[in-house]
Design a protein. Structure first.
Lengths: 369, 513
């Protein structure tokens, strides 16, 4: 008898939130158990101590907590930047490039203007330049999408490579010392163009900016006229045209916003956190942010938690590979397993598997001889 | 007594908290045509989908030919000889009829054999298709024929037809009925879902009625009449007469002159169309589907660029405004209160995933200077529409895609007439709606007419067009084949005009109006 006849899949009605979160909690528990089994089999280590180290990596000390929060802020800002585009069904995979464009503009201002103008003016120009650069990077694919309906997934992706190569080029132009192929810490002696520390903490600025953008994005998407237009264009372009929305304008405007917020992430990365620029300064977070945004179902508030989860996994995984002398790949395996379950459980939130009653199976079996 | 090929016992199906079918028990006999009646959302399609393996019942039993059956996939339904022809065709456009029919079948591919078998089926029941014709070259009725042959090819003895006549002209429907009678003679069992009472009376042997997911009862068609069946469906007495108030002080409102529309590929969709729509009148548009109705309405509404011609709006003071070349927003800014109920309700008129209040906002969200939307008035409007038009919805916050067809249409029409239009365009306003909802919509349209709105009503049911409109413009292949007075003309005349351009007389009459 065909085993597929003994169950079928039914779409669920909307689950109440506590049940949905229950499913997710169960998924995480199962993921942890599987990770434990895999750890024991492959390394012979005690899974409990591995988990302990995992947690230590993200929250083990005050400094570690601050770094976790700071990393989370940048990831959150990029995810928030991508969200309006995603809500419009515009698959902006170019977060990486848009952040790099912003970062490059920031570094250029710091190097070229630092010390020559009052610091406040430099920072102001840096801010404007980074936002403009991110927006410009997003404008190009948006324009072609709006005018010629080109595939934005490809064009935004390709813009990433251009940005990376530009940064590589300027790294050589600005390299300090000559021949090192790195820019080094910019304005280390003067601190010109360094973004201010808040309450003496070098971590707090990114966190505050991230929270402010979260609140603003939430309100923008949910309550503003433009946010409403984004939803309508995303859901049905024909409906948008039918009520006289200019879809081309909405697409370009939304992508400018998306790129501008990415530019802010670039500004913080260079101006506040690293004070230097490399091609890998963003560490692929333009892509990770896609997942953060999707996992949160495009809800800015939920993104606080999803970005924290991803950063927690990243930092925990890094810690265990260091502590137990395992290589980074093992940590990636664990992260992969956990994410698999977290994303996979969404299936069980949307659908339910109905197993046919045994009686029916027997009856059915008989008829088939 | 006839022998039951299908027996349903206490079938229940729930979608979350919504009960689509509750304890339905009924039978279908060999060699009969059963009409399944019920309002929108009464669970007809759900019940049939369980027979054809698309849904699986939560409780209850299905017996096919006296044996208990578990139908958990369409393939299993075919194995049991059950085939369903859906409302929306599922054909591959670039393949031929034969290729579509054998698509998905297992075993060796032998087109020659298949063609012979298809020909045999066609001859037996009187179908008229060319097995080598590509689907994209076919008319809607030919596509439907392919769907039916596909089901028969797979050996179906029990055929389910879900609103097969919704897309057909009266002549095509008649042809379909002849074929259905032939299949019946051959001993097949047929279930037909339709909202058109005269069709039920002419084609079916027996009717079964569902109401709100429950089985109400069955009777022999010859022992009943349209009024009784409708009352059973609705659960109370309804009047089946369409009201047609006389137009009061009609004045030209929309003047279309020499309108020509071409698609991107250069195919002419509208060819030199001219007419005038008056205030306080309903101008019916008749025609086989795809004869330019959609383009005509969209051109007036500012959604379809035109090759040449003009669409002039005349306001109460007599000043004129050219509408062509403006988008809907610009038209609104010109002070033209134009409402449009498009054919594609969920894909164009509404946003399926948004709730009622957010859908109400589509027309009004720009109001006010604030950068934020006003959420309160759309909500009030949604509540009013739900109240006044008796929309059945769990809440204002329910996404409209979860409402049944009739309720979706009420939401859309309710929003469109809320802006106090002077021109109302409707495309297939009652397609897929049950009798009760249809009459609600006719009534709403009549009320707009009495308010002095110029109504352009694109319809497919000639009885309705003849009963509701003041004038009827007949389109044929993008050309106007005539404009007739709906009070004096008859179905045959209009039917003839739909299939061929009238001689001189017809077009002359058009110019004189």
């Amino acid at each position: 008898m065909n085993p597929f006849k003994s169950f079928h899949i039914v779409k669920r009605d909307v689950l109440p939130w506590y049940k949905a979160w229950g499913v997710r909690a169960i998924a995480i528990i199962i993921a942890l158990i599987i990770c434990g089994i895999v750890t024991t089999i492959t390394t012979g280590l005690n899974p409990i101590s591995v988990y302990g180290a995992f947690f230590q990596g993200a929250f083990g000390s005050a400094r570690k907590i601050w770094i976790t929060l700071q990393n989370m802020s940048i990831l959150l800002i990029i995810a928030l930047a991508l969200t309006p585009a995603f809500k419009m069904r515009f698959w902006n995979i170019g977060g990486e490039g848009q952040v790099l464009a912003g970062a490059l503009a920031t570094a250029a201002c710091m190097i070229c203007l630092g010390g020559k103008l009052p610091n406040v003016v430099v920072i102001l120009i840096m801010t404007v330049a980074s936002v403009a650069a991110g927006a410009a990077w997003a404008f190009i694919p948006a324009f072609f999408k709006a005018k010629f309906n080109t595939n934005e997934t490809l064009s935004t992706l390709m813009m990433n490579y251009i940005a990376t190569q530009l940064v590589a080029f300027f790294t050589v132009v600005w390299e300090v010392p000559k021949g090192s192929f790195t820019v080094g810490i910019i304005n280390q002696s003067t601190n010109a163009g360094w973004l201010p520390q808040i309450f003496g903490s070098k971590y707090l600025l990114s966190i505050i900016v991230a929270l402010a953008i979260t609140a603003a994005m939430f309100v923008y998407l949910k309550y503003s006229k433009q946010g409403y237009e984004i939803s309508v264009v995303g859901e049905s372009e024909r409906t948008a045209k039918y009520v006289g929305m200019k879809t081309e304008k909405v697409i370009i405007r939304t992508m400018l916003l998306s790129g501008a917020v990415c530019g802010v992430a670039g500004l913080l990365l260079v101006g506040s956190i690293n004070h230097t620029i490399t091609t890998t300064i963003n560490n692929g977070q333009g892509f990770t942010a896609v997942m953060v945004s999707w996992l949160a179902k495009f809800n800015p508030i939920t993104m606080i938690f999803t970005s924290l989860l991803i950063i927690f996994l990243e930092r925990g995984a890094g810690e265990i590979s260091m502590n137990f002398g395992l290589n980074q790949s093992f940590a990636d395996i664990l992260t992969g397993i956990i994410l698999f379950f977290i994303i996979g459980c969404e299936f069980f939130i949307t659908y339910k598997v109905a197993v046919h009653k045994k009686k029916e199976k027997i009856a059915n079996g008989k008829e088939e001889k | 007594m006839a022998e039951a090929v299908i027996k349903l016992v206490n079938i229940t199906k729930k979608f979350g908290p919504v009960i689509a079918n509750s304890n339905v028990s009924m039978e279908v006999n060999k060699g009969e045509i059963l009409a399944l009646l019920g309002e929108n959302g009464s669970g007809k399609t759900t019940l049939m989908n369980m027979l054809s393996g698309i849904y699986f019942p939560d409780a209850g039993e299905i017996y096919v030919n006296g044996k208990k059956a578990v139908i958990s996939s369409p393939k299993m339904a075919f194995e049991l000889g059950i085939g369903m022809v859906h409302q929306h065709f599922k054909l591959v456009d670039v393949l031929t009829a034969t290729e579509n029919i054998i698509l998905g079948l297992e075993g060796r591919l032998n087109k020659k054999e298949a063609k012979a078998k298809i020909k045999e089926i066609c001859d037996k029941y009187g179908f008229d298709i060319d097995p080598d014709q590509k689907i994209y070259d076919m008319s809607v009725s030919q596509k439907q024929t392919v769907e039916i042959v596909k089901v028969l090819y797979r050996g179906a003895n029990i055929l389910i037809l879900d609103e097969p006549t919704a897309v057909l002209t009266p002549q095509e429907s008649e042809k379909l009925f002849t074929v259905m009678r032939n299949m019946k003679e051959d001993g097949k069992a047929l279930i037909i879902i339709t909202h058109k009472m005269h069709e039920v009376e002419s084609i079916s042997d027996r009717v079964a009625v569902l109401r709100k997911g429950e089985y109400i009862g069955q009777m022999m068609t010859k022992d009943t009449n349209a009024a009784e069946m409708t009352n059973m469906m609705v659960g109370r007495t309804v009047s089946l007469n369409i009201r047609r108030p006389d137009p009061v002080d009609p004045k030209p409102r929309i003047q279309v002159e020499g309108l020509t529309v071409k698609t991107i590929d250069g195919i002419t969709k509208l060819d030199n169309v001219s007419f005038t729509a008056n205030s306080g009148e309903i101008l019916g548009i008749a025609g086989i589907s795809g004869c330019g109705q959609k383009e005509l309405l969209e051109a007036i509404a500012g959604l379809q660029p035109a090759e040449k011609g003009s669409v002039v709006y005349v306001n109460d003071e007599g000043s004129k405004e050219e509408l062509l070349g403006n988008d809907p927003r610009r038209i609104e800014e010109l002070g033209v209160a134009l409402s449009f109920v498009p054919e594609d309700r969920l894909g164009m008129g509404l946003v399926a995933n948004m709730d009622l209040a957010d859908n109400m906002m589509l027309r009004s969200f720009r109001n006010g200077k604030s950068i934020f939307t006003d959420r309160k008035s759309p909500r009030n409007l949604a509540e009013n529409v739900v109240d006044e038009l008796e929309v059945v919805t769990p809440a204002i916050e329910t996404p409209v895609r979860r409402l049944s067809g009739g309720n979706v249409q009420k939401v859309l029409v309710g929003r469109e007439i809320a802006s106090a239009p002077t021109v109302l365009l409707t495309a297939y306003a009652v397609r897929g709606l049950d009798i009760n909802s249809s009459y609600t919509i006719y009534d709403l349209i009549n009320k707009q007419k009495e308010k002095g709105v110029a109504v352009i009503f694109v319809g497919e049911d000639l009885d309705v067009l003849l009963g509701l409109s003041d004038k009827i413009l007949v389109l044929c292949g993008g050309k106007v084949s005539g404009i007739v007075d709906a009070r004096t003309t008859d179905k045959n005349t209009v039917g003839m005009m739909m299939t061929k351009i009238m001689e001189e007389g017809g077009t002359k009459e058009n110019e004189s109006i």
